[in-house]
Design a protein. Sequence first.
Length: 140
Amino acid sequence: MSDTVTTMSHCKTLVVEDGEAFRRFLCATLIETTECEIVGQASDGLQAVHQAQELQPDLILLDVGLPTLNGIQAARRIRQLSPNSKILFVSQDSSPEIAQTALKEGGHGYLVKSDSIELASAISTVLAGAQFVSSRLKPH
């Protein structure tokens, strides 16, 4: 295995989720199933933008439905301020249109919250440079 900065073992991660219980779940899942290091947490889009600029994380888990600035608007700003960060949207919205918009606006992946069993797979796919989309959003 090549020793790149974006392997899971050296992955600095920012977790952005307004629901405290789900944010704790994401952090616990990251700790248990990946070797990612959680370097920051935010509960709204504006905090996400500021922390992304300050921390320059390798990976950002970003909710779409956030207060102050929604995740898609935040992603647009983050692309400018932290261009090397990979964004994995984690949203309860399973609309293919929302997922496409999120990916078009700078997301590297889109995971529906109810598919969170796929989180580790989504992270490794995105860090490898490929696009991840929840299985429920793929045409059958």
